[in-house]
Design a binder for this molecule. Sequence first.
Ligand SMILES: N[C@@H](CCC[C@H](N)C(=O)O)C(=O)O
Length: 265
Amino acid sequence: MTRKIFFYKYHGTGNDFILIDNRDFSFHIENNELIKHLCHRRFGIGADGLILLENTNKADFKMQYFNSDGNLSSMCGNGGRCIVAFAKYLGIIDNTTQFLAPDGMHSAELTPSGVALQMKDVSQIEQVGQDFYLDTGSPHYVKLIDSHENFDTVSEGQKIRYNNRFNKVGTNVNFVSVENNKIILSTYERGVEDETYSCGTGTVATAIVLGLLNGKEEQELHTKGGILKVSYTKKGEAFKNIILEGPVEQVFQGEILIKNRSKQL
Ligand SMILES: N[C@@H](CCC[C@H](N)C(=O)O)C(=O)O
């Protein structure tokens, strides 16, 4: 028998996601093969990840995030911005919200230019040679490079993501250059195992690293899929009140046909 599940497709600066209203818990999160299939760009809908909006008694809603490999993962900044717009679309929230995400509670608001999302405070930043490693809700390695011209983010990203240190748990890898006064960022994402057009937690990690070096508390970063703004307050060693802001867009609605593909659904 074929079952149908309604889905929505959103992107935040080109980081694209399948969103499902799972307040009735009818979509089973153990179904990693189905999630992987839905995210497949040839055989499925195609997306960098899948996000479930669920009920919780602790906040307006709960966000569950899966990478396109089908596995439940840590925080997704662009996905967090998309789910806020989705909650507004569903009439769950008005213009401000508190919601529960994989790394804890977040507050967010809809702004004229999209969604501004408060990210978790960051105080531990490890220097690795000339590079940096930090957790902004998800783990991020940040490397400063001279230029993105002829730079291969996938192969350079894989060298770090699969090195002895990160091979098992993985890391996202960000490359940043400053060209013509523009901050240009590219990201190799674990769990997608490819370059994505933008990564919210990676943009925050990169802005923090740049903030350590240039002292600025507000920066605009250019990703492949658009511009994201990051601001924060630096208190001693800690970066607090971190806000990630940028556009989000609902681009599709449709029905997923479940043809006995999965035992759980
Ligand atoms: N695209 C995301 C990051 C998603 C999580 C990442 N792939 C991981 O598993 O660490 C973002 O916008 O932050």
